[in-house]
Ligand binder design. Structure first.
Ligand code: HEC
Length: 166
């Protein structure tokens, strides 16, 4: 192979790599995502939080991941006490059973309000940047899902290949 051919081949494979990077495969969580928040990171760094809130965070990750990723709550726009209080109640109604004792609910609401103040209010700039990234990724995921649905439908409409059985 000539030198220029080798360079050309190397560039082609690089190009392929870039294309691959532009359309990364969807994760299980992305496929299931119903809200933009669902595609965001599903953990946060609570190492700077007071010890009792760090404990509540562990409890939150356990109690609030039964039906959806905890990412849905972590990246939602809810921030105030009233909003969180209402939402934690609403999640109970969804469960159609008493998931949490009143004390557990209070603990969760306290944590969610504290965390919202740290990440969503005091650090609003970083939160807004992350929101932008999350919404963009959610749109990409929706587009990719639509493309895959179309492809599957097309494949289903193609006649089955003749296998020579008759
Ligand atoms: C029994 C299932 C279930 C559990 C447990 C549950 N959720 Fe949800 N959650 C849902 C469903 C279903 C939705 C979407 C429809 C809705 O908003 O009611 C949702 C939506 C949400 C939203 C989206 C709000 C928005 O519009 O952005 C937030 C925030 C949320 N849940 C927080 C929580 C928190 C915090 C907990 C733990 C206390 C929790 N969830 C536990 C079922 C659940």
């Amino acid at each position: 192979m000539s030198k220029s051919k080798i360079i050309f081949a190397a560039l082609c494979s690089l190009g392929g790599g870039f294309l691959w990077a532009a359309a990364p495969a969807l994760s299980r969580r992305e496929i299931d995502a119903k809200f933009p928040a669902d595609v965001g990171p599903d953990t946060i760094d609570v190492s700077g939080y007071p010890a009792h809130h760090q404990d509540s965070y562990e409890f939150f990750r356990h109690a609030c991941s039964v039906c959806h990723s905890p990412a849905r709550a972590l990246h939602s726009s809810l921030r105030t006490y009233d909003q969180w209080n209402r939402y934690v109640r609403r999640m109970h109604v969804r469960a159609q059973e008493q998931l949490l004792t009143p004390e557990d609910s209070r603990r969760l609401v306290d944590f969610l309000v504290y965390d919202s103040r740290q990440r969503k209010i005091k650090n609003k700039k970083a939160f807004d940047v992350l929101q932008g990234q999350i919404h963009k990724r959610f749109e990409e995921v929706q587009m990719e899902k639509a493309r895959l649905r179309k492809k599957t439908k097309q494949a289903a409409q193609e006649p089955a290949p003749y296998t020579g059985a008759r």
